[in-house]
Design a protein around this ligand. Structure first.
Ligand code: IPM
Ligand code: MG
Length: 357
């Protein structure tokens, strides 16, 4: 199979972790007879420095011309004071919108080898943690009007949150379909006791439920959901929620499985082109030290093979290699545990390559 991949290394630890994921993809290509070609794309702080824009149109076009996109991470303190529309994160939001990837899938599954890295009590972890957050990605408050105005002699900041029925319906369908392929339980998370957008969300989810009689739909308020994720995460199979709630809950979910460094994500719209990235940020404090955990990005590459290129065997091979390295007791600093061997980013990548077959 021949595929083109746009590669966004980004800022901070982005280049280090992406380098390891590319080595893994190259080995998969060699082992299974595929040809992956890469196009480098500038986005985020490095694009601001080079082009004065976090995602110039030429760079977005490269992504739209490729079969899929692999991303490290963007942002950092260097660009903290640039105006809102020019921030590195704005490049990421424009990429998501430009690619039309409305559905973001973030798996929270505990690796048995990392059970002790979870901050939750052992008896809670033992009940099992294996759920997916389906997050709406190109609507809601992230994409409403943002403005700061002077009123009565002081500044007032306004962020608009809007959702249309069709936006809710298309992400709702992804939620139901994801649940159909798993445990058939879908929890719709909103704040319908306060927000109109959430009341519409809930109504649309219940309309859709009629089309998916095999899926059991439940509703949960987002504040309660934040609590339930630490109280008893085993109750969840698939969570479907709006953009900002999904952003917050997915960081919480990553923590209970041990480390945010372990979670990949896929973002898909219509068609097979996707955006694949770890859910963590650019971690500027540890950038360039060769200590970052590359596993989230390597697993994101596996997701790309599975969901965009329909190569499940190859994706399994990568996940198995990660599992073997964890079995052998190798850990990066973020998941380090007693009696394990601490390794850096490059060495973790090398070990995964060595175990890939
Ligand atoms: C994420 C990140 C982004 C988001 C930031 C970097 C804009 O936190 O992917 O979860 O809020 O979506
Ligand atoms: Mg986030």
């Amino acid at each position: 199979m021949k595929r083109t991949i746009a590669v966004i290394r980004g800022d901070g630890i982005g280049p280090e972790i992406v380098a390891q994921a590319l080595l893994v993809l190259n080995k998969i290509a060699a082992l299974y007879g595929h040809e992956f070609t890469y196009t480098d794309v500038d986005m985020g702080g490095c694009a601001i420095d080079k082009w004065g824009d976090p995602l110039p149109q030429t760079e977005l076009d490269k992504c739209l011309a490729s079969d899929s996109v692999l991303l490290g991470a963007v942002g950092g303190p260097k660009w903290n004071d640039v105006p809102g529309p020019m921030r590195p994160e704005k490049g990421l939001l424009r990429l998501r919108a430009g690619m039309g990837v409305y559905s973001n899938n973030r798996p929270a599954k505990i690796w048995p080898q990392l059970a002790s890295a979870s901050p939750l009590k052992q008896e809670i972890v033992d009940k099992g943690i294996d759920f997916i957050i389906v997050r709406e990605l190109i609507g809601g408050i992230y994409f409403g009007k943002h403005e700061t105005v002077y009123e009565g002699g002081e500044q007032t900041a306004i962020d608009e949150l809007r959702y249309s029925e069709s936006e809710i319906r298309r992400i709702g369908r992804i939620g139901f379909e994801t649940a159909q392929k798993r445990g058939k339980r879908l929890c719709s998370v909103e704040k319908s006791n306060v927000l109109d957008s959430s009341r519409l969300w809930k109504t649309v989810m219940h309309e859709l439920a009629a089309e998916y009689p095999d899926v059991q739909l439940s509703d949960m308020l987002v504040d309660n959901c934040a609590m339930q994720i630490v109280k008893d995460p085993s109750q969840f199979d698939v969570i479907v929620t709006e953009n900002m709630f999904g952003d917050i809950l997915s960081d919480e979910a990553s923590m209970i499985i041990g480390s945010i460094g372990m979670i990949p994500s896929s973002s898909l719209g219509e068609g097979s082109r996707g955006l694949y990235e770890p859910i963590h940020g650019s971690a500027p404090d540890i950038a360039g030290k060769d200590i970052a955990n590359p596993i989230g990005t390597i697993l994101a590459a596996a997701m790309m093979l599975r969901f965009s290129f329909d190569l499940p065997k190859e994706a399994d091979a990568i996940e198995n290699a990660v599992s073997k390295v964890l079995d052998a007791g190798y850990r990066t600093g973020d998941i380090m545990a007693p009696n394990c061997k601490q390794v850096g980013c490059t060495e973790m990548g090398r070990l995964i390559l060595e175990n890939l077959q």
